[in-house]
Design a binder for this molecule. Structure first.
Ligand code: NAD
Length: 324
């Protein structure tokens, strides 16, 4: 069943933290389309004002500029919310290696503030963004919940800690938490700029601008690239999950595996470019291969991703062509 067929009460209030970012703004759009209320909490650190301007005219949209490291802000934002979709965090493995303290403060402290506010305000479901990076140094494929290795970066560690808080908040306080381990999400509105941009938008931008992209390592590292629509589906289905699934974590991916170098050639061909990439040194903290077993999310959340990599990448290329 597609998420567009899910039924929520029309007055339902969804608080989306990080709603000015890539994933959060797409969640806000989907919530508004369902006729529900999207309340966006964001401090506009990596998020963009234009991602909030998109919805400002809509009756169900409300933007709060605020920081999740402030418990009072979190309490006020959660007041009257039915569901919290917690996305606000600092992303990027390499940046976390440079700034571990910032990641601790926002990704752990901020998430804990949000869980605490959600429990005090009686929120029905607390769905939060975790990451495939929690699989760390475990080489086993496909990645399966319960088979985590040691985290390889501060970023990965912050997400593991959040998951443990998610489990505890269910066990100790009955807050219905759902941790979604996203695997390399891509799609419209993902930021292509800057040193820490994700590979797909970064390659597209560089190819379109005639720059020569850099691939770290030999390009044979692989990822389970996941189109944004599948991530929206997982979030909304978690909101509809039976509470017995609470306190758990779930892989959210398509279940495929693409090598970086193949993606590069695919994009270059699709954009009509013959630029060859430059190969740079491998990056610390990176996982070599990643591919998800999504059976747990299928069984417990009814997650059934409809967007293959090929379908998603076509849509993403089209969006960047029109918007870059
Ligand atoms: P993003 O950077 O586009 O969005 C994050 C948003 O959080 C931004 O709008 C930013 O301004 C906001 N934010 C950061 N610190 C904040 C604070 N202290 N208070 C309030 N708002 C704050 O990133 P994204 O790609 O949309 O990622 C969303 C979530 O998904 C993150 O938790 C990220 O770790 C997780 N995730 C993303 C991917 C991916 O491939 N994009 C993969 C795994 C996990």
């Amino acid at each position: 069943m597609s998420y567009s067929e899910l039924e929520f009460d029309k007055g339902s209030v969804f608080l989306v933290t990080g709603g000015a970012g890539f994933i959060g703004s797409n969640l806000c759009g989907a919530i508004l389309k369902m006729g529900c209320q999207a309340r966006c909490l964001d401090n506009l650190s990596t998020g963009k004002k234009e991602n909030t301007d998109l919805f400002l005219g809509e009756a169900g949209y409300h933007f709060i500029k605020g920081d999740i490291t402030d418990p009072k802000v979190c309490m006020e934002a959660c007041e009257g919310a039915d569901y919290v979709l917690h996305q606000a965090a600092w992303g990027s493995v390499p940046r976390s290696i440079e700034m571990p303290l910032l990641y601790e403060k926002v990704n752990i402290g901020g998430a804990l503030n949000m869980m605490e506010a959600a429990r005090r305000q009686g929120v029905k479901k607390f769905v939060y963004a975790s990451s495939s990076s929690v699989y760390g140094d475990c080489p086993r494929l496909p990645k399966k919940e319960g088979q985590e290795g040691k985290p390889l970066s501060p970023y990965a560690l912050t997400k593991r800690v959040d998951e443990e808080y998610g489990r505890l908040y269910k066990e100790l306080y009955g807050l219905d938490t759902y941790g979604l381990r996203y695997f390399n999400v891509f799609g419209r509105r993902q930021d292509p700029e800057g040193a820490y941009a994700a590979v797909i938008p970064k390659f597209i931008r560089q190819l379109l601008k005639g720059e020569q992209p850099v691939i770290h390592g030999d390009g044979k590292q692989s990822r389970d690239f996941t189109y944004i629509e599948n991530v929206i589906e997982a979030n909304l289905k978690a909101c509809k999950a039976p509470s017995g699934a609470g306190g758990e974590v779930f892989n959210v991916a398509y279940g495929g595996r693409e090598c970086l170098i193949d993606i590069y050639h695919y994009l270059a061909k699709a954009l009509g470019k013959d630029t060859e990439p430059v190969f740079g040194p491998e990056r610390a903290g990176d996982i070599r291969h990643s591919n998800a077993d999504i059976s747990k999310a299928r069984d417990m959340l009814g997650y059934d991703p409809e967007w293959s990599f090929e379908r998603g990448i076509e849509a993403a290329i089209e969006w960047y062509r029109e918007n870059l």
